[in-house]
Ligand binder design. Sequence first.
Ligand code: ADP
Ligand code: MG
Length: 590
Amino acid sequence: MNVEQKQLSFLPRSPILPLTPDVAERIAAGEVIERPASVVKELLENALDAGAHEVRVEIRGGGLRLIRVIDDGYGIPEDELERACARHSTSKISAVEDLARLHTLGFRGEALASIAAVSELTLVSRAIETETLGEEHAAAWVTLRGGEVTQRGHRARLHGTTVTVRDLFYNVPARLKFMRGARTEAGHIVQLLQRYATGYPAVRFNLALEEHIALQTAGSGDVASTLAELYHLPLAELLTPVVIDAPSQHPFALHGYIGNRALAQNSRQHITLFINGRWVQSRPLQDALEAGYRSLLPKGKHPLLVFHIDLPAEEVDVNVHPTKTEVKLVQEARVAAVLTQAVRAVLERSPALPEAVQFPGPALVYQRRLPGSRRRGLRVTESASEYAGETSSPGAAEVLSTLRPLAQLQQAVILAEAPDGSLYLIDQHRAHERVIYEHLRRLHASGQHDEATDAHLLLEPVIIELKRHEAELFEQRLPILRGLGLECERFGGRNFLVRSVPGGDGQEQVAAHLHELAQLASEDSVDWEDHLLIGLACRSALRRGRDLGLDEQRSLLTVLANTTAPAVCPHGSPILLHYSRAFLVDKFDW
Ligand code: ADP
Ligand code: MG
């Protein structure tokens, strides 16, 4: 929903009225104002509900001294100002049924009242409809302290609303005791604004902390450029847009951006999810998004993602938690499956390659903060975009098929020249690992196994011994293992006989690591199959230290080019390094 539509859909707005007791009773009760950031969140949501195009936030003393939110939304008529600050008074719903067709972020009618009860709150507003009536219809204001009106008056102002909150928690010493330092509280507020700015790219946001601008967006409407403004990074190259229009199979639309691997973060903080315009936290949906990355991120790393899901209002229950950041979806499992699939499809189509090509450079291995990224900046793998030349680089798959191998370095790395004269380094073990992993995955997915070519009967079966709980799981999984070329059978107690291993160059390696692989195959985790496939691929792949002729190098590059993610091994480490021509020109000063 764009801002224009949103504003239109609220004009004319409904009057603010007290909720009838039966409606009020149905609303999830509880504390909403826990810290300064909760005040900012409620005020931001009010501004967005009022169709604001621009929202300015000022913070002093971590928000305990002052929070001010200024918007250019539709405003509040003078005779409704005080009612806006009364408990259970709202213009957004009037009947219980409205909860099932919510199109606003707010609906509880409690935020201003709760804030006013624990601070000194001044609400200045001018309704948009008075603007044509001339200057004498100025904005009206009212100040409440501890919930009681202390002053009121008029002043000049264009349409919109300004809420100023001073001395937050002055009358709740217990709350104040729990406040962290101003820095921490300000940090939460910055994070909150980053989220809303990402979710509402068409709105101009400005945040001033202690009179310094901490964050500013242009309201361009474009998520990628908004992210670039927020994080001071040329993120557009690292993001892939995803759009799924509500197709007939599932009743929801999805759009967003998927960050590539170079944007791997240490926390889940940058997985941003909006459902019907509301920023929500949902463990199952976050898990579903991360599952889409499967093995493309190193362990412990999390992606940067921005997703908007738009569902019919009746499919979402927002009224489960007072802070409204948790929602219940009627079809959560289906939504989760579509999210995983959407991420996976994008990563497999444009297989996380760009980072290997556009952001490789000599120092792919370490991470640093880019200059200009602030304290809460993103981590980005070393950027070699300065060497990437003017033209945007093609995907790794295309590049690989054009490479001419030159030599092998340390019997581990293939050196190859691209038609544009740049140099690629390819880790032979990881390249082969990727190839085998994808082969095994296909085999596993198809459930078909051609024993003649894919299993190698061991001359002497190998006995492995597992722990009791492992043995149970392992036994259940024997048919699946057979499909992968691992023919095993129970041999009394916790012992198993392994009769065959997947055929190929790596069969000896696999045979030598059967115990380790059996442990992967008996992991008590939903990811055990993937872990086993990765383990098998790793053990079967060409070792470093293996001599490769030019023909073998060429065929490895060819099969790698046909994989879905030729830039990263299944463990998530880089396969390719790229030294562009521009890099050589620069470093040799040609
Ligand atoms: P809710 O948002 O749940 O309705 P609030 O206590 O946050 O409850 O606000 C009460 C009412 O005051 C809102 O329903 C809305 O009509 C009005 N209001 C609050 N903030 C603004 C704003 N920034 N612009 C216009 N109207 C506002
Ligand atoms: Mg509100």
